[in-house]
Design a protein. Structure first.
Length: 100
């Protein structure tokens, strides 16, 4: 998913959009992945296992899990990737008057 996420961040630069990441890998692996995959967006470490506090609070049961939230923090889409994620984000931007 990282290449798509990078392209989404680049495409929506300057728009009211933020990609946030949560990672449950061991910290030493996470640092390697972030560097290798050129992860430039904000990302948090969730304790090094799948039962971390963030995953628990958001009821994450599978990885990766994706949420698309609107400007008010309401979950609008769940488990969307690539083209579906683009469509969901573009639709929200359009609702805000920021889309195509």
């Amino acid at each position: 998913m990282y290449p798509h996420e990078r392209s989404l961040v680049k495409r929506l630069e300057g728009k009211p959009f933020a990609l946030l990441g949560i990672n449950s890998d061991p910290k030493n692996r996470l640092r390697q992945v972030m560097k290798k995959e050129n992860i430039t967006w904000r990302s948090w470490w969730d304790g090094g296992d799948t039962g971390g506090p963030i995953a628990t609070a958001w009821n994450v049961k599978g990885w990766p899990t994706t949420y698309v939230l609107d400007a008010k923090g309401v979950i609008r889409c769940l488990h969307v990737r690539e083209e579906q994620m683009d469509k969901a984000v573009d639709a929200l931007l359009k609702e805000m008057g920021e889309g195509k």
